[in-house]
Design a protein around this ligand. Structure first.
Ligand code: ME8
Length: 640
């Protein structure tokens, strides 16, 4: 029987619409769920909505709605977003559902029967927006330490949970299970919180009605965190479906943001201990997103709407950015320029370009049919070994939820495969008529792409599926599993590739608009004035032009132009995209590896809509010859 894997996100409040923070946790959980399915697990992936409590009741009132009307409306926004984001949850739980009411009441009863819930009187500070009780000591200037808003002093009859009785047991559990709370810095925070001593917890309210009634005393509703946390049991049949429950409980991972760690790592485990239920295996608290360096807030008007980002940049682009940009567990900053940078460089230049050129060459040199691998030699084996290493490191990182590290390893393989193509130069092998080597090289880079597409799948499922289509392996189910990566060569020879549309079109930025072709007139006349009237320029003027040795890494024709070629040129510190008018004199393939002279400080220009970030020097009118060097020169060497 398949091993099970149960992962959850927080259930989100319905008094607010979804933003990038909610998208982040849910995408991360989706990545993990997809990864585990790929690895053959029986996965249950849960997300949902937290609908009860004073906050929702208030928000509904302000909107002229009943709480359930508000919840119904906002839930649609969440469900719609998950669909748009390709979230593959197995269930969406709403705490207003009857199935959940039963579980929450059952848990309450069990703990009460055990003697760990008692009726008392409650007097404490309460922060309504955060749904949090605070001790006098926790207040900062008589305000909530988290949201800095005013707190209320509440005095009412309340049921209490005897949390104080579980501090030692909880501490022991945390210490004996190093993975229980992750990452480690967060674990230490919780340890010191528990060591300070746990107080009994008020778990019911009489001051509002929008909640689950306490069994046998409907003057009280169950406190929202006792209600909300129980959702994790409801969805896997807690107290109702023994078979399902024993399959999936305890949960493998509760994935949450660091804001709600205490509820998950202190309250929740003590409730479960009192009920005699096993504890979740891990609570993982990720970091916090800011936006362009600022805290995200409605009043600042900088809340990032995921719907908008997806419409503008694409769903997989957004998913990739979220998972790649920050170390999972640490805080991160969202900015448009960082997102565009990732799309253009990692996705466009590295991945998109690799797929595109690989398929073009498979069509050109192998009639679009994956050849047999033939006899790999040392230089092919280097890539094979690199792939093996990337797969191992990828898996290791994924199992630690180090998503950005996993992507780093994957991108090392992508870049290495691009380099492999540069060095093995299939166009040369073709010219030399070396059919055997050519077959082997084509097989090697296509098989590498298959492996890449599988590792990419949890992060960018729609892209991976497009790649499978283009690689012709969509129907080869056995070639699309994680275990197929354990051995090189899962791609069948004879597979017919099917080159499709470019996956990641470049995102033009505002900065790219001005070019030297549209330079304002005043600037031009000023330059003329500055130049030497005797007809020469000074040495200093000449030195203003930065010239460097560049090595051409990629070259392709610009569509609809017989003159222009799009080059990728290594200039030492970076790779530049340069559009050069040498298409009538050179075939793109013959240029790879050539050392050329590059003007590197020209303002970028747009040529037929393509950005050119420099100029390659050549001589001649019709028949152009590139300026090259007598000996071997390193990319980036200054020319003077
Ligand atoms: O707390 N950066 O719901 P909630 C990163 N209903 N993640 C963020 C974020 C940000 N700026 N903002 C929100 C609740 N999140 C309770 C949970 S669970 C039994 C009950 C994410 O709608 C992050 O996962 O306030 C955080 O924990 C969650 O949204 C809070 O969502």
């Amino acid at each position: 029987m398949k091993e099970s894997f149960y992962i959850t996100t927080p259930i989100y409040y319905v008094n607010d619409v979804p933003h990038i923070g909610h998208a982040y946790t849910t995408v991360a959980a989706d990545v993990m769920a997809r990864y585990k399915r790929l690895a053959g697990y029986n996965v249950f992936f849960l997300t949902g909505s937290d609908e009860h409590g004073q906050k929702v009741e208030k928000a509904a009132l302000e909107n002229g709605k009943t709480p359930i009307q508000l919840a119904d409306k906002v839930v649609k926004r969440f469900i719609g977003l998950w669909k748009k984001l390709n979230i593959s949850h197995d269930d969406f739980i709403r705490t207003s559902q009857e199935r959940h009411k039963k579980t929450a009441q059952a848990l309450f009863n069990i703990v009460r029967e055990k003697g760990d819930i008692y009726l008392g009187e409650y007097e404490d500070w309460y922060c309504t927006p955060c749904e949090t009780f605070l001790t006098e000591k926790q207040l900062v200037d008589n305000r909530c330490p988290d949201c800095k808003r005013e707190v209320e002093l509440l005095k009412e009859e309340s049921y209490f949970f005897r949390m104080s009785a579980y501090g030692d047991r909880l501490l022991k559990h945390i210490e004996e299970n190093p993975d229980f709370i992750q990452p480690v810095s967060r674990r230490n925070e919780i340890i010191s919180f528990v060591k300070d001593g746990l107080r009994d917890l008020s778990i019911s309210r009489t001051t509002f009605k929008w909640g689950i009634p306490v069994p046998d005393n409907d003057e009280h509703v169950i406190y929202v965190w006792f209600d909300a946390l129980t959702n994790y049991l409801t969805a896997v049949g807690g107290f109702s479906d023994e078979e399902k429950f024993s399959t999936f409980w305890p949960a493998d991972i509760h994935l949450i943001g660091k804001d709600i760690l205490r509820f998950h790592a202190v309250y929740w485990p003590t409730f479960l201990m009192a009920a005699g239920l096993p504890l979740p295996k891990q609570v993982f608290a990720h970091g916090w997103w800011t936006v362009e360096g600022e805290k995200m807030s409605k009043s600042l008007g900088n809340v990032v709407d995921p719907y908008q980002v997806i419409d503008e940049y694409g769903v997989d682009q957004f998913r990739y950015f979220l998972m790649r940009e920050v170390t999972f567990g640490l805080d991160g900053d969202y900015s448009k320029s960082a997102l565009i940078g990732r799309i253009n460089s990692d996705l466009g230049n590295d991945l998109g370009n690799l797929l595109n050129r690989s398929l073009t060459m498979t069509e050109k040199y192998a009639n679009g049919i994956v050849p047999s691998g033939g006899q790999p030699i040392q230089e092919d084996m280097e890539l094979v070994e690199m792939a093996e290493k990337a797969v191992n490191e990828f898996n290791e990182s994924m199992n630690k939820l180090s998503f950005n590290r996993a992507l780093d390893h994957l991108w090392e393989l992508i870049r290495e495969t691009n380099r492999y193509i540069d060095h093995r130069a299939p166009w040369k092998l073709s010219k030399e008529g070396n059919a055997e080597r050519l077959k082997c090289v084509v097989y090697t880079f296509i098989e590498s792409l298959r492996q890449i597409s599988i590792m990419l799948y949890p992060f960018m499922p729609a892209t991976a599926e497009k790649m499978w289509d283009q690689l012709g392996i969509k129907e080869q189910k056995e070639a699309l599993t994680l275990s197929s990566l354990e051995k090189w060569g899962g791609l069948k020879s004879g597979t017919v590739v099917n080159k499709g549309a470019i996956l990641f079109p470049r995102v033009e930025t505002e900065k790219e608009a001005p070019t030297h072709h549209t330079e304002p007139k005043e600037e031009k006349s000023k330059k003329t004035k500055d130049s030497d009237p005797a007809g020469g320029i000074s040495f200093d003027d000449f030195m203003k032009v930065e010239l460097h040795v560049g090595v051409i890494k990629e070259a392709e024709k610009v569509p609809k132009s017989d003159k222009l070629l799009k080059l990728k040129v290594d200039i030492g510190r970076e790779r530049r995209q340069i559009v050069a008018g040498i298409g009538k004199s050179y075939e793109p393939e013959t240029l790879i590896g050539k050392q050329v002279a590059v003007v590197t400080n020209l303002k970028p220009a747009q040529l037929m809509g393509i950005e050119s970030q420099g100029m390659v020097l050549a001589a001649g009118e019709d028949e152009l010859k590139l300026v090259t060097f007598e000996g071997d020169m390193k990319a980036g060497t200054r020319i003077r």
